[in-house]
Write a protein that binds this ligand. Sequence first.
Ligand code: ATP
Ligand code: PRP
Length: 345
Amino acid sequence: MSGISSVLPSTTVTPLSAEPSAMGGRASKSSFGAESTMSLLVDSLKDRLLFAVPKKGRLMEKTLELLAGADIKYNRAHRLDVALVQNHPIALVFLPAADIPRFVALGSVALGITGQDVIAESTHAEQIDELLQLGFGKCSLQVQVPVTGPIQTVEGLSGGRIATSFEVLAAELFNGKEGVDSKTGKKTKVEYVGGSVEAACALGMADGIVDLVESGDTMRAAGLHAIHTLMKSEAVLITSKTPHPSLTPDLQSLIPLIKSRFAGVLASKKYVYASYNIERKHLDKALTITPGRRAATVSPLEEDGWVAVSSMVERKEVAKVMDELEKTGAEDILIFALDNCRVGV
Ligand SMILES: Nc1ncnc2c1ncn2[C@@H]1O[C@H](COP(=O)(O)OP(=O)(O)OP(=O)(O)O)[C@@H](O)[C@H]1O
Ligand SMILES: O=P(O)(O)OC[C@H]1O[C@H](OP(=O)(O)OP(=O)(O)O)[C@H](O)[C@@H]1O
């Protein structure tokens, strides 16, 4: 696949000897220099689907958990940003979350995991297909101002100074497509800050900020509050709308497979399996409490007039469901955690 060299800057490649088995060869510490390492690595990527995953930050840990849950096995050598998957023709490419939309949009990698916020900020959103929402990395991109400050509205910030890591989205909000606020005719100064954006107002460099909020702790600690939400975001599995021409049908077929495995892992966290016995005369009522995803399974018991019911239940509802089932006359209520499942995407 072309574009590999763009995701493999020479600084990211460490000696092959760090992980000979991952290369499928018999490289030894002494047999290759950095150059041959690079060429071997590039060679071994040719027949693999490249999958970009966050190399650090808020999305990394959950992404790695998801890969493990989907039985995508790999060894990542120290400092190496590429890891060959052992049980599939896939190579993981570890990249900053903010860079992933561009690599996916350009077809340099076939799949990626990143936040919807950085996709929107990347200006590549139109070339990207969102395959699956992953349920983690949930946050909101918000305009924030000092709680006790003189400006308390987005309109009031027009013509002022905004600090943000989301220059594109902030400029779009304040200056529109024309580059100035269409109502006030003023241009808001949007300044890029790489991190700790919340400090900008206290430091006197901005009247307001645009940054991510999850719990709100960072915002409150800085004496700020939100006055507008630009967007809500979570981590998503993405692919390019126009797959790279060199992606073979075999490799292409891994995309729905990975999506389906991820969906199974997510569903197994979202649902539990409930089983109980109930007198048939109470069954209708019980089924309104546990209707199941498609339908509950009902089987007769040896004891006359009794049935056994099993059904998927949302994990967050489970205590309430058990209370209600008990009130309805259900007995022997058992709840099982799911290790994994396939329940439709
Ligand atoms: N507080 C948060 N809660 C949940 N998700 C978040 C939060 N902050 C960021 N995210 C999500 O994680 C993504 C990566 O953010 P993070 O700041 O961890 O990245 P990073 O790659 O370490 O970048 P940087 O080096 O610029 O901080 C964000 O684009 C967003 O989708
Ligand atoms: O609402 P909260 O739960 O407090 O989370 C919000 C904070 O999380 C992110 O920053 P992060 O901690 O990733 O570090 P950064 O400031 O270096 O980007 C974001 O930029 C906020 O600062």
